[in-house]
Design a protein around this ligand. Structure first.
Ligand code: CO
Ligand code: CO
Ligand code: CO
Length: 319
């Protein structure tokens, strides 16, 4: 942040100098605050589903830090003249249902009149200072677990092109509105080294952020990455959002894509996600048990990569 003079603080455990999912501030030796905010423009025709997705997306960053959300506030930008009040009410109801499911409590919020509708949450969570999970402590010998299929950006493009079926839309909405709560609660039962969630940089971009922060090289097994149904076909048809190309370009110098990975699959690895899954780095020997325990809890999970070697700059191989 050029020009800004950001003061540090002895209690600040995770701040702007280390790009992560949320800020963490230690209150006592027993408890630290986890703080984050996020908001989105509508991504479905259903205001209720949009509310669910935006709330799940905002809550996710607290889970990604190893925390539990406790209080939330609504952030609303709403074009009062263009959209009916029922649209806002349905959106807030979708958000509220997800907040209740998370166990957090809605304590307030703020709304402004804005030509472009936006909704999200400011979320405060807590975590034990010794249990904070950053994206920068992945270790040699770790495997990487992913807890949601990818492809929501490409699916949104297919929806806009009216090529997605109602099943396609239902699947994508189910994935995006799923809370990372169960995944996080199982993860906390294991000795996890690093965690983040998959959002705008795409799976590969967030893996590379983890690689950079941890000074490691990561190998991504592209064929083991779970995909939403039909997104590979949509990617082959070129229904790839500009953000996926931008991500691919942006991370290009620290990424190597094996010639066996075809263009469409490569694009999916960089597809910007909304409310994606957790990326969990933990010792290889614990990874299968973690996946198993998630499945017992009704949470899908896949081992999709591993930490292979030291790397000062961070590196990602897609094979
Ligand atoms: Co995040
Ligand atoms: Co975020
Ligand atoms: Co994190």
């Amino acid at each position: 942040m050029g020009g800004l003079e950001i003061k540090g603080h002895p209690n600040l455990m995770v701040g702007l100098d280390s790009p992560d999912d949320a800020g963490v501030y230690k209150l006592t030796d027993q408890i630290a605050l986890v703080q984050t905010l996020d908001f989105l423009t509508p991504i479905t025709d259903s205001p209720y589903e949009f509310g669910q997705i935006a709330a799940a997306n905002s809550l996710s960053d607290v889970y990604a830090m190893g925390g539990e959300p406790i209080t939330v506030m609504n952030i609303v930008c709403f074009p009062c003249c263009d959209l009916g009040e029922d649209v806002l009410a349905e959106t807030l109801k979708g958000g509220c249902d997800k907040i209740n499911e998370s166990g957090a409590v809605l304590v307030g919020g703020h709304s402004v009149d804005d030509p472009e509708f936006k909704y999200g949450l400011s979320v405060t969570g807590t975590v034990h200072p010794d249990a904070v999970l950053t994206n920068s402590a992945a270790a040699l010998g770790d495997a990487i677990i992913l807890t949601k299929p990818v492809g929501t950006g490409i699916m949104s493009t297919a929806i806009k092109a009216t090529l997605a079926t109602t099943d396609n839309i239902r699947d994508a909405v189910a994935v995006m509105s799923l809370l990372n709560k169960t995944a996080a609660s199982v993860m906390r039962q294991f000795n996890v080294n690093a965690c983040t969630d998959v959002t705008g940089f795409g799976l590969a971009g967030h893996l590379l952020e983890m690689a950079k922060g941890s000074k490691k090289s990561i190998t991504l097994f592209t064929r083991q990455v779970p995909l939403l149904p039909d997104v590979i076909d949509f990617a082959n048809m070129g229904l790839v959002p500009a953000g996926a190309h931008k991500n691919r370009e942006f991370f290009n110098s620290k990424t190597q894509i094996d010639s066996g990975v075809d263009r469409a699959l490569g694009d999916l690895m960089f597809d910007p996600q909304t409310s994606g899954g957790l990326l969990i780095s933990l010792n290889k020997k614990d990874a299968p048990a973690c996946v198993e325990r998630m499945k017992i809890q009704g949470q899908n999970a896949w081992i999709i990569g591993e930490i292979t070697r030291e790397s000062d700059t961070g590196f990602l191989s897609l094979i």
